[in-house]
Design a protein around this ligand. Structure first.
Ligand code: ATP
Ligand code: MG
Length: 260
């Protein structure tokens, strides 16, 4: 059965999309069958996977509106070794158009049902907001990965997000759990970053991934080539960090199977 992971943080620019794209590529390289869902009208995960969002006739928008299926909308990202359910700015309209639809939070979950068996991992790149699109991601997911920068205000935003996840669990998706917190753009020479990182570990214990994603220029430039960093510079620190994260997730999954 596939593992559905919402990659979310309502704070903008914390590395959600960079994580979604590079984790999808790393899991794909580890022979996992991966679907990356772009749930953000900015379409950054789409572009970062080498798909031109301006050329698309069918996107996740049409899937959420019930006009097309995921099978009709997904794109195989051949070089990147994963599939993408792409998005472009049209998706912003779904927020408004879905308001009167019954079960509007469950649209993505429903549409995923027929294709779940085709994937080992389904990663959902959420927009920087706690809106109806993100809610669709949280209702479809089994768990949440929270990328965050270790800076002062990050902890404040985190408690809002944890509360939202709790509310979703109570009202809409009882299965939902926090899979892990991922420290992104980390600079170990920065004393504050180190301090915030220590606080995170005190509060969240083993919910904090051991893997830390460093600030790395290759991760920032890869999207301009429309490829994950793995295919831009396979030995860069950023590439290796996301490969390590995929390894950590796969190990955790194996440990869960053997202990349950
Ligand atoms: P948004 O909230 O707008 O969706 P996001 O949370 O998806 O943003 P990204 O788009 O992944 O964040 O990253 C924000 C910016 O930081 C981008 O320019 C990206 O290339 C850069 N970036 C992300 N992670 C790293 C990193 N580890 N090292 C260097 N640059 C990074
Ligand atoms: Mg993003």
């Amino acid at each position: 059965m596939s593992k559905i992971l919402a990659i979310t943080n309502q704070k903008g620019g914390v590395g959600k999309t960079t994580t979604s794209v590079n984790l999808a590529a790393s899991l794909g390289a580890a022979k996992q069958r991966v679907l990356l869902i772009d749930l953000d009208p900015q379409g950054n995960a789409t572009m970062g996977s080498g798909i031109n969002k301006a050329d698309l006739e069918v996107t996740i928008y049409h899937v959420l509106m019930g006009e097309k299926t995921i099978v009709e909308a997904r794109v195989q990202s051949g070089t990147c070794k994963y599939d993408v359910l792409p998005a472009n700015r049209e998706l912003a309209g779904a927020e408004i158009e879905l308001v009167d639809v019954e079960g509007r939070e469950m649209r993505l979950k429903e549409e995923l049902l027929p294709i779940l068996h085709e994937y080992d991992y389904i990663l959902v790149d959420c927009p920087p907001a706690l809106n109806l699109l993100t809610l669709n991601g949280l209702c479809a997911a089994k768990s949440v990965m929270i990328p965050m920068q270790c800076e002062y205000y990050a902890l404040e935003g985190l408690s809002d997000l944890v509360n939202t996840i709790r509310k979703v669990r109570e009202n809409l998706n009882p299965e939902l759990e926090i899979e892990g917190l991922l420290r992104t753009m980390f600079d170990p020479r920065n004393a504050l970053a180190q301090q915030v990182s220590d606080q995170l570990q005190q509060h969240f214990g083993d919910k904090v991934y051991r893997t830390v994603i460093p600030r790395n220029v290759r991760l920032a430039e890869a999207p301009s080539f429309g490829i994950p960093a793995l295919y831009h510079d396979s030995q860069s620190k950023g590439t290796l960090a996301y490969l390590a994260l995929a390894g950590e997730m796969l190990n955790n999954a194996t440990a869960q199977v053997t202990t349950s």
